[in-house]
Design a protein around this ligand. Structure first.
Ligand code: NI
Length: 186
C-alpha cells in the first residue's frame, strides 16, 4: 500500500499549520547526501537552481516510476525554462539504494534527474525536514516494500521551500504548477 498525495498533504497540514508563515509551511533545511559517483552533495550544491525534490525508492513497483516519469515529462514540457530547475530523487530506502543503484535508476527517466542516497541517519534527517512519511516492511523479506508519502517539493534558488505539488498529477499539470512559480522569477 502506498499513501496517496492527498493523505500526505493532510498529514503535512496537520503537523505544519502552526509553523506556517505567509502561507508557506516551514519545510526543508540543510542536507548532506551522496550522488551516484560517490561524491558528497549538500543543499548548497544546487543553489541558484530551483529544486524539484521527490522522495521514494527504486524498488517501488508503481508510484515512484510513475511520478518520476511525470516529473521528467513536466521538465520536457517546460522547454528552456527547465534549465532553471534541478530534479532530485532522494531514496527512503538507503539499505538497497546504493549510489550506483540510484544512478542507474534515474538515468532511465532522463531530463537530468539526479539520484541521491546517504547513510540511514542522513536519509532520516532529510525525510524528517520534509515531513516525509516512510514505513518499511522488512517482514516481507528481501523484496520488502516501503510505504511512503508521494509529494513533490519545490525549493527556490536560495534553498527556501516554496511549494508543494501533488505527486499524482499528470506531466502537464506539474509543468503548469512549476511554470506558475518559476515564470515569476527571472
Ligand atoms: Ni514509491
Amino acid at each position: 500500500m502506498i499513501l496517496a498525495g492527498a493523505g500526505g498533504a493532510a498529514l503535512f497540514v496537520a503537523t505544519h499549520v502552526g509553523n506556517a508563515a505567509g502561507g508557506v509551511p516551514a519545510l526543508g533545511g540543510p542536507f548532506t547526501l551522496t550522488a551516484a559517483d560517490g561524491t558528497t552533495v549538500t543543499d548548497r550544491t544546487y543553489r541558484g537552481k530551483w529544486l524539484v525534490l521527490y522522495f521514494g525508492y527504486t524498488y517501488c513497483p508503481d508510484v515512484c516510476p510513475t511520478t518520476l516519469n511525470a516529473i521528467a515529462g513536466a521538465l520536457g514540457k517546460l522547454g528552456p525554462s527547465a534549465e532553471k530547475l534541478q530534479a532530485l530523487f532522494i531514496t527512503v530506502d538507503p539499505r538497497r539504494d546504493t549510489p550506483k543503484v540510484m544512478g542507474d535508476y534515474v538515468r532511465s527517466f532522463g531530463h537530468g534527474i539526479i539520484g541521491l542516497t546517504g547513510s540511514p541517519d542522513e536519509i532520516a534527517a532529510v525525510a524528517k525536514e520534509y515531513d516525509v512519511y516512510v514505513a518499511p516492511h522488512p517482514e516481507e523479506g528481501a523484496s520488502y516494500s516501503v510505504d511512503h508519502s508521494s509529494l513533490i517539493y519545490l525549493v527556490d534558488p536560495k534553498g527556501k521551500f516554496a511549494k508543494l505539488i501533488s505527486g499524482g498529477l499528470p506531466p502537464d499539470r506539474i509543468a503548469q504548477q512549476l511554470h506558475q512559480i518559476i515564470g515569476q522569477s527571472s
